[in-house]
Design a binder for this molecule. Structure first.
Ligand code: ME8
Length: 505
């Protein structure tokens, strides 16, 4: 089987309703997957992390069994992804039999190979992060990741010999300096490694909501959760399929869970005789007033309301365009509205509308014949390759800036060539050439921006009357002059109607 582009998101705790942060990572994965699908086999996995104390507590507080609670909430998460035009290939739930059975098999294998041993865990536990913490790692007696209170745990647990993998991890980090990005996270993980790794408790004795271990207790939720990336794709079941996908090319996570994905995850994979993923990218946080947006901090924003207000396309565009991917960035409705109005409504939406109305007025709505030459053909020939490379380097903001060079050039062509003057002066050849360039440029934009704003770009494609598919390989689709003369356009409603923000009180 041909090796596929395999991209994953974290699987989300369904301890409540999703927020914009959860949509964010999944949108990024969707943009990668949609771009990859145009030229190679692709697999995009997301899902929900349903076991553990955090979910059990949330269910208990709602007076439901954990299973009932999860079954009721999963449709909300699927609805969120549908709302944001996310096209995953699989959605894994950790309560599904296909996952549970394989996690139990992993545990047995680790036990057989001597990678686990029975010991006593005495220390602290952060329920919100589902993390064990030694006293020495706490900050002012609180969880060093999220700052919340921790609880004391004393129980007999199974331990994974993580410390035995430290040297291999160090060698891996040194040999593959780009396997963890951005650099700041790589450096942070390196310094943890240099300090040393403790063995990891991988079971919970005093908890019922989890995958049972023969002989008692349940599997620690993080071991259970990390394994989703391989249980979903046929590990130990369908070797051909598994090896066509694994190791994953891109695993996207938020920076607060980089440690699990770059120190613990490779060690578990190696213990199973599998390879580490090629890239773990640990991105920054969407912040509100300088703090991470999170449900438990009470500053989470309802992603459904935002999609209704600004449109899913504009939200996707904003999230990718606002900041260099990797860093934190602050969220505000003013910023979303501002980008929507100036970049999408003015630069792009107006360009389409003006072009189609001039075409209607001067050429009966039909694309003129292909000009003998175009200043754009040579200038923008390298653009698709550049944008694609930037997307796979996960430099989304730069990719959108590159696309905007074409948007700007087309707007400038309207201002400089003044089609209405060409029409008035009867310069038909020049008018044809200008209108053709504008339509062809817009067709390119629909293709290039389709992974970012799938529905809006399909609508733009429809208005342009383009036959063919938006899913074609860019190297075939984006040849300047491919737009067929006499294509009949069908102008429609504005793509990005302006949004008025109410005046602040
Ligand atoms: O950690 N900004 O699940 P989780 C950006 N179940 N991204 C954010 C964000 C924010 N403010 N808030 C959340 C878990 N995210 C585990 C993962 S994986 C084997 C198990 C995104 O529900 C970001 O991707 O807490 C973050 O890592 C993830 O949601 C955490 O989701």
């Amino acid at each position: 089987m041909e090796r596929a582009y395999y991209v994953t998101t974290p699987i989300y705790y369904i301890s409540g309703e999703p927020h914009v942060g959860h949509a964010y990572t999944t949108i990024v994965a969707d943009v990668l997957a949609r771009t990859a699908r145009t030229f190679r086999p692709t697999f995009f996995l997301t899902g929900t992390d349903e076991h553990g104390q955090k979910v059990a507590n949330a269910a208990a507080a709602a007076g439901k069994t954990p299973q009932q609670w999860c079954d009721e909430l999963v449709p909300r998460w699927k609805a969120l992804f549908a709302e944001y035009e996310i096209e995953y290939d699989d959605f894994i739930r950790t309560t599904e039999a296909r996952h549970v059975e394989k996690v139990q098999r992993v545990f047995e294998l680790l036990r057989e190979h001597g990678d686990v041993y029975l010991g006593k865990y005495e220390g602290w536990y952060c329920v919100d992060d589902e993390t064990f913490w030694l006293e020495s790692k706490l900050v002012d007696g609180r969880c060093p990741t999220c700052g919340r209170e921790v609880q004391w745990i004393s129980e007999d647990d199974w331990f994974f010999r993580l410390s035995a993998y430290r040297d291999r991890l160090l060698a891996h980090f040194e040999r593959h300096p780009h396997w963890v990005r951005p650099r700041s996270v790589y450096n942070e993980m390196m310094s943890i490694l240099v300090e040393g790794l403790d063995d990891l408790s991988i079971s919970r004795t005093n908890l019922e909501w989890g995958i049972p271990i023969a002989g008692g207790g349940v599997i620690y939720v993080w071991l259970d959760a990390l394994l989703n990336y391989i249980t979903a794709i046929g590990w130990s079941e369908d070797e051909a399929r598994f090896h066509a996908l694994w190791p994953a090319q891109t695993q996207l996570v938020g920076k607060e869970i980089a440690r699990f994905h770059t120190l613990i995850w490779p060690a578990i994979l190696w213990a199973l005789g599998e390879a580490a993923p090629e890239l773990v990218f640990a991105h920054g946080w969407i912040t509100v007033d300088g703090q991470k947006m999170s449900k438990s901090l009470g500053n989470a924003v309802d992603p459904f309301a935002l999609a209704r207000r600004f449109g899913p396309g504009s939200m996707r565009y904003f999230l990718l365009r606002e900041a260099p991917f990797g860093g934190d960035f602050s969220y505000s409705e003013e910023k979303i509205a501002q980008r929507h109005n100036s970049e999408l409504a003015n630069d792009l939406g107006n360009l389409l509308q003006r072009t189609l109305s001039m075409l209607q007025r001067y050429r009966d709505g039909m694309v003129p014949s292909t000009p003998a030459s175009s200043e754009f053909a040579e200038r923008f020939a390298p653009l698709p390759g550049k944008v694609r490379a930037q997307i796979f380097e996960l430099r989304f903001r730069e990719a959108l800036e590159s696309v905007w060079e074409l948007v700007t050039a087309l707007n400038r062509a309207v201002d400089e060539r003044k089609p209405w003057v060409l029409h008035k002066e009867g310069r038909a050849g020049e008018l044809d050439a200008t209108l053709y360039d504008l339509c062809e440029g817009l067709r390119w934009l629909a293709v290039l921006l389709h992974p970012v704003m799938p529905e809006r770009m399909s609508e733009m494609w429809r208005q342009l009357g383009s036959p063919g598919s938006l899913h074609e390989d860019w190297t075939l689709a984006l040849v300047w002059g491919k737009l067929a003369p006499k294509t009949r356009t069908s102008p429609g409603a504005p793509l990005f109607p302006k949004i008025e923000l109410e005046a602040q009180p």
